[in-house]
Design a protein around this ligand. Structure first.
Ligand code: SF4
Length: 218
């Protein structure tokens, strides 16, 4: 037997996956996730969009693909909006009058926590939908990694009005920072408006490093 590496087919498969889930398409408007995640990155996405890396395409495609399989064809794709911020979860199930969001992760189920970005996003969704309880289904693709078998976990998250409002005020502040930066054509300062983990595989890292060395940002 001979095994011959075929980069051409790899590229074909990557393009197919990114086209299937519109991964390389530039997003328009301010979405909830735009202001939850790094604002510097959001600024660059609007002003000097760089195509996702191969790693990003694969990560998104795997997540989308799995969610797609889990989501029945009749599932809705609702779009909500408040204060100019759009909230359109990619995968939602509706049972009776309740929406369930499905998320996928490679994080271990044993960690027993939800990332801050998820909580902020979910509380933002609660504010926009005027609810205080959120139904979440998480597919842990690697289970607890011992061994790496997938597991599914569903839970109801309950919040009080105060924490939802506090979170929304933070979101609106972040939206204003982004809008201000876009108006004055000056990116928000790198690493000031993101969580530490976001920089590691970010496609704009080289741009941010250059800004930090040159000291040119808002
Ligand atoms: S490198 Fe970090 S600060 Fe810069 S855009 Fe990416 S996530 Fe944001």
């Amino acid at each position: 037997m001979k095994r011959i590496h075929n980069p051409e087919i790899e590229q074909y498969a990557l393009t197919h996956l990114s086209d299937l889930y519109n991964i390389r398409q530039q997003r328009q408007g301010i979405h909830l996730s735009t202001v939850i995640y790094c604002l510097t990155r959001a600024y660059f996405d609007f002003t000097q969009y760089i195509q996702p890396t191969e790693e990003e395409v694969m990560l998104f495609a795997l997540g989308y693909g799995l969610q797609d399989v889990l989501t029945p064809q009749e599932a809705e794709a609702p779009v909500f909006e408040k204060d100019g911020i759009t909230y359109s979860p990619d995968f939602m199930l509706k049972m009776d009058d309740t929406y369930f969001e499905i998320k996928t992760t490679r994080m271990s189920i044993d960690k027993g926590y939800l990332p801050d970005t998820w909580i902020e996003y979910i509380m933002g969704g609660c504010y926009i939908r005027d609810i205080t309880e959120y139904e979440l289904v998480v597919l842990y693709m690697m289970g607890n990694w011992k061994p790496p078998f997938p597991k599914i976990y569903a839970e109801t998250l309950k919040f009080d009005q105060e924490e939802i409002l506090e979170n929304w005020n933070r979101i609106v502040t972040r939206r204003n920072v982004l809008k201000g930066s876009l108006n004055c054509k000056q990116p928000p300062a790198p690493k000031l408006w993101c969580k530490e983990f976001e920089c590691k595989y970010c496609r704009y890292k080289i741009v941010c490093d250059a800004i930090e060395i040159g000291g040119t940002s808002g």
